[in-house]
Design a protein around this ligand. Structure first.
Ligand code: GDP
Ligand code: MG
Length: 227
């Protein structure tokens, strides 16, 4: 937490904004928020939920437990993360999946590494999908992380891009944009629980195809996009 403490001057507010995106996560969102609160008690923080028109009442639960809960049309995970980051009031933004596959207890470890880095990725020890392994060996090497598509990340707020140019990239464009701007990217590895049986981004074939398309978009973003 050294970096956060260093920010505690008159003109800079310290604290962590935790952003999560949801699409039909009614069974998980309350537990996630309570675990974040428990982990960050004693640290100034806010929890922001960006919900894309869930049909299972996720937004109503988020409104009870989160500090900020926004409902909007469905636009995908990457746009939701950037949307939430723009609402953040603290200088550190942590993004986390809402399905409990990212243990929020790791947030202080990620934030502490912002002493040395501008952006820190929590990488799963094992990356399960073949499309994610291919991305890890290519774009992951460029960015210096073994789990390119992990969206469990701690960002200094200024490392976020101002706009997305490539559509849904499952968080990939956010990492590529930071790398292109020369921000220092670090990594913490952790053991993830087994993936749930029905990911919101699609079953095995659909998810692998979508992630492969996202990886190509990220290559183009890396090679050609100017911010
Ligand atoms: N706001 C928003 N969140 C989404 C969308 N699709 C997935 N998510 C959320 O993004 C996170 C990761 O999605 P998930 O399907 O678990 O992907 P996986 O972990 O790669 O299998 C979860 O918190 C989902 O609820 C979407 O279209 N909009
Ligand atoms: Mg998941």
């Amino acid at each position: 937490m050294l970096w956060l403490l260093m920010c505690d001057s008159a003109d800079t507010v310290q604290g962590i904004s935790v952003v999560t995106t949801t699409w039909n996560e009614a069974e998980n969102i309350e537990e996630l928020i309570l675990r974040i609160r428990q982990t960050l008690k004693g640290v100034m923080h806010e929890i922001i939920v960006v919900d894309d028109s869930s049909q299972d009442g996720t937004l109503q639960i988020a409104e009870r437990f989160a500090d900020v809960a926004v409902g909007k049309e469905r636009e995908g995970q990457t746009k939701g993360l950037l949307y939430g980051a723009k609402l953040a009031k603290f200088p550190v933004v942590v993004t986390v999946d809402s399905d409990l596959e990212n243990p929020p207890e790791l947030i202080p470890t990620l934030a502490a590494k912002l002493d040395i880095y501008d952006l820190v990725v929590a990488s799963r020890n094992v990356v399960p999908r073949f499309s994610e392994r291919w991305a890890a060996k290519t774009l992951g090497r460029i960015c210096g992380v073994s789990d390119f598509y992990s969206n469990f990340r701690a960002y200094k707020k200024e490392t976020f891009t101002s706009d997305l140019k490539r559509g849904e990239t499952f968080g990939g464009e956010l990492l590529v944009a930071a790398k292109k701007k020369g921000f220092r990217i670090g990594e913490v590895k952790y053991e993830a629980p087994p993936r749930r049986s029905k990911p919101r981004i699609g079953g095995s074939i659909k998810a692998n195809l979508r992630i492969t398309a996202a990886t190509w978009k990220c290559f183009f973003a890396y090679l050609f996009s100017l911010d």
